[in-house]
Design a protein around this ligand. Structure first.
Ligand SMILES: *Cc1c(COP(=O)(O)O)cnc(C)c1O
Length: 437
């Protein structure tokens, strides 16, 4: 099996993470349980940040908090000196409650509301990543009402779609996000923003995809953006102080995935940007990136208890666990793949192939198809790896299943950082039509 981060086995033959026995964790906190390897989060964060420092490039590495937002998580990001992306009032609120420095918060999203914009201005966030003309108007108007100024990046779509192993060049991108770079929208947005004294245009932003394993797409996007920056420098005397190349750095979910380390992404992208800027005789901007998945994805493991099973002779064996699409909707939503082991004997040889089913009333509620695994029975603990990104963040109460607890482990100790929901939590906002009869 592949051990992530600090994962290992102990004398009892149990899977450990952060020096803590996962079977003990399951006993103490119940299942399903999200377990995060904090040392691995720190290692990933430093991998990005320190590479910029070594290269002498001014940067901001902003954690895309949509991947997993909680107070404790954001405190780790602050400790590691990263910046933070938020995409909603709720994520912003969480960041502020965690004590995160608002100046290092960037606000994303394609439909920010007036309330969200006002809240962000009240807190004094670092910048808005402006997505569209409606937002440009709304933000300018609100700043004008308050006699305030704010910094912005313009989100552009450079006509590059990056996927795991390749990228596609498209003339115009069919995306709900951003100003199109090719058809003049981005230029129009820039002119509008430069004419509004409420807005300080720091530079351009793009985000070309997710779970990307190579740097060609990032470099192509940088090239498209820098070509425009060169034109706009001549036309409008505009200097982009910031070039934000987004997130999307890939991670290993299964043995088919072959990501490169954070330092390799950064080095390769930076050398291209440096070359392009010097070709255009432009000063090197600050480089911002926005990793989400690659900071927390492989640091997360979900522990489940195995329950019922069902044999469909000559077809497959289903093994059901006590969670499913309520705590991890990615397999149902994106056909996402995972690997898993029996946490009470991770080193046992795989003896059969089973499909791991969730407990929701939905045939599509499957976590893993056709997983080779040791013989498992009711009461065993199943550890599904690499669930740290977009797992808990997308958890829901379908079937009125309570959301799991989240535990951080580091240096042999465990700390609960999100409590398991209770049935009382589930009806907290329900109001009765009648008094109990
Ligand atoms: C989702 C998103 C990210 C993070 O993507 P990952 O694939 O998790 O790294 C970064 N920037 C923007 C604008 C995003 O929408």
């Amino acid at each position: 099996m592949h051990y992530y981060g600090t994962s290992s086995t102990n004398e009892a033959g149990h899977l450990t993470i952060g020096g803590v026995d996962t079977i003990e964790l399951a006993k103490k906190y119940g299942t399903p349980l999200y377990v995060y390897d904090v040392a691995l989060i720190r290692e990933r964060a430093r991998g990005f940040k320190e590479t910029f420092e070594e290269l002498g490039v001014t940067s901001q590495v902003a954690y895309a908090s949509k991947a997993f937002s909680s107070i404790a998580m954001i405190q780790i990001i602050e400790e590691e000196g990263l910046s933070l992306d938020v995409v909603s009032g709720g994520e912003l609120y969480t960041a502020i409650q965690a004590g995160f420095n608002p100046e290092k918060i960037h606000f994303h999203g394609n439909n920010k509301s007036r309330e969200e914009i006002e809240m962000a201005l009240d807190y004094g966030i670092g910048c808005f990543v402006v997505d569209n003309f409606y937002e440009l108007d709304l933000l300018t108007g609100i700043c004008r009402e308050r006699g305030a100024k704010t910094s912005i990046l313009l989100r552009v779509t450079p006509g590059i779609e990056a996927h795991t192993h390749d990228y596609i060049l498209t003339g115009q991108e069919d995306s709900k996000f951003g100003f199109d770079l090719q058809n003049g929208q981005a230029e129009k947005a820039l002119k509008t923003a430069l004419n509004n004294q409420e807005l300080e245009v720091l530079g351009l932003h793009c985000h070309i995809g997710s779970q990307i394993f190579e740097t060609t797409g990032f470099k192509k996007a940088a090239q498209k953006m820098i070509q425009k920056l060169s034109l706009w420098n001549k036309e409008y005397k505009f200097t982009s102080r910031v070039l934000n190349l987004g997130g999307g750095f890939g991670i290993r979910y299964t043995k088919e995935d072959t990501p490169i380390p954070p330092s390799a992404y950064v080095k390769d992208i930076i050398s291209e940007v440096k070359a392009l800027m010097s070709e255009e005789s432009l000063a090197m901007p600050e480089i911002w990136i926005e990793p989400g998945r690659s900071l927390v994805g492989d640091a997360g493991t979900t522990l489940y208890s195995v329950g019922s099973s069902k044999d469909v002779p000559d077809i497959r064996k289903y093994l059901a666990v006590d969670g499913g699409m309520s705590d991890n909707i990615r397999p149902a939503l994106y056909d996402a793949r995972y690997e898993a082991v029996i946490a009470n004997r991770p080193e046992a040889e795989a003896e059969e192939t089973v499909s791991i089913a969730g407990k929701c009333c939905e045939s599509g509620d499957m976590l893993i198809w056709d997983l080779p695994i040791a013989k498992a029975e009711a009461g065993d603990i199943l550890a599904v790896f690499c669930t740290g990104a977009y797992g808990y963040a997308m958890a829901n109460n379908y079937n009125r299943i309570t959301r799991p607890a989240v535990v951080f482990v580091e240096d042999g100790s465990a700390k609960i950082v999100v409590k398991r929901e209770t049935f009382e939590d589930l009806i907290r906002h329900d109001l009765p039509l009648y008094a109990h009869r």
